[in-house]
Design a protein around this ligand. Structure first.
Ligand SMILES: NC(=O)c1ccc[n+]([C@@H]2O[C@H](COP(=O)([O-])OP(=O)(O)OC[C@H]3O[C@@H](n4cnc5c(N)ncnc54)[C@H](OP(=O)(O)O)[C@@H]3O)[C@@H](O)[C@H]2O)c1
Length: 285
């Protein structure tokens, strides 16, 4: 059977998509492709000038709006300015392996960008959502030893890569718990996970993992890295699907529905994480 590519995207005319962190990397490619097939695409970016430069030359209905997902006041402003239905939210913004730093709200920057911010954004946008939320995780969630009692790295010595792994497992637990809650309330909105495998973007810029770009032939180029997001955002996958590359160890290839780590399926842990995140952010219940 032919592999799924962006050429298989359906017509998205009349549909509105928000993609966070879409000024570069796989988010920008996903934005370009969704715009190409007719969607109105809102790129939520922290640097609007950079965002505008990124979309210059792209054909479609694109809007650049300021959104720093790690800053809760920015998230609130973005949501307050939102008017009308939103078909698809793609929680794509992310950072990896960065030095310890705290946000204006006092949260760990890596955790706030990859998990806490998307938790708040999704919860606040939920009343507008009509179709689905796609949360972009990483295969590295499999190596996480997430401490639900210290999600925000206040009690332990910060570890750059563990904070990344933990934030991506937290996103898996969140996405699947959200689906349980949507099901319980009879809501038809879907919560879906996607991961790009490993793709040659600037994500590893801060990282010793940057060495990986020397082995580019073994991993996805950014165009292929964007395919799982596009598939998860547009295909008839069930809520709670986990979409990633179909190649060896889900590192490279074309999109297929796979399975997250077993620890990601732990509903009791997900509930505890949800409550801890509500307590931390004051958003959700
Ligand atoms: N590439 C991979 O191999 C890989 C593997 C697994 C998962 N992922 C995930 O895929 C997603 C996209 O990453 P990528 O590979 O495309 O990397 P990227 O090129 O570095 O893109 C990340 C994007 O996130 C944005 N961003 C960072 N912090 C933000 C914030 N506080 N608010 C709003 N936007 C913010 C960045 O914006 P600026 O331009 O302002 O920095 C950038 O546009 C991430 O969630 C990442 O964890 C990637």
């Amino acid at each position: 059977m032919a592999k799924w590519t962006a050429a298989d995207l359906p017509d998205m005319t009349g549909r509105t998509v928000v993609i966070t962190g879409a000024g570069s990397g796989i988010g920008l490619i996903a934005a370009r492709e969704l715009g190409r097939v007719g969607a109105r695409v809102v790129l939520g970016v922290r640097d609007t000038g950079k965002g505008r430069r990124a979309i210059s030359g792209m054909r479609g209905a694109f809007e650049i709006r300021r959104l720093d997902v790690a800053d809760l006041s920015s998230v609130r402003r973005f949501v307050q300015a939102w008017d009308g239905p939103l078909d698809v939210l793609i929680n794509n913004a992310g950072v990896m392996d960065i030095p310890a730093a705290r946000t204006a709200d006092g949260f760990d920057v890596q955790t706030a960008t990859n998990y806490t911010g998307p938790f708040v954004l999704t919860n606040l946008l939920l009343p507008h959502l009509t179709d689905r939320v796609v949360s972009v995780t990483s295969g590295l969630h499999r190596q996480s030893k997430l401490n639900v009692d210290d999600v925000d790295w206040r009690a332990r010595k910060y570890h750059r890569m563990n904070a990344y792994r933990d934030s991506k497992l937290a996103l898996v637990l969140f996405s699947l718990e959200l689906q349980r809650r949507l099901d319980a309330s009879g809501c038809s909105v879907r919560s879906v996970l996607a991961h790009p495998g490993i793709a040659t973007t600037t994500l590893a810029a801060h990282s010793r993992a940057n060495v990986i770009n020397r082995f580019a032939f073994l991993i996805n180029d950014p165009e292929h890295g964007a395919l799982p997001l596009l598939y998860a955002a547009t295909q008839n996958v069930p809520g709670n699907a986990y979409v990633g590359p179909d190649g060896l160890a889900a590192i490279k290839g074309h999109p297929a529905v796979g399975k997250p780590a077993r620890i990601g399926l732990d509903a009791a842990k997900a509930r505890r994480l949800w409550q801890a995140t509500v307590a931390l952010t004051g958003v959700g219940r």
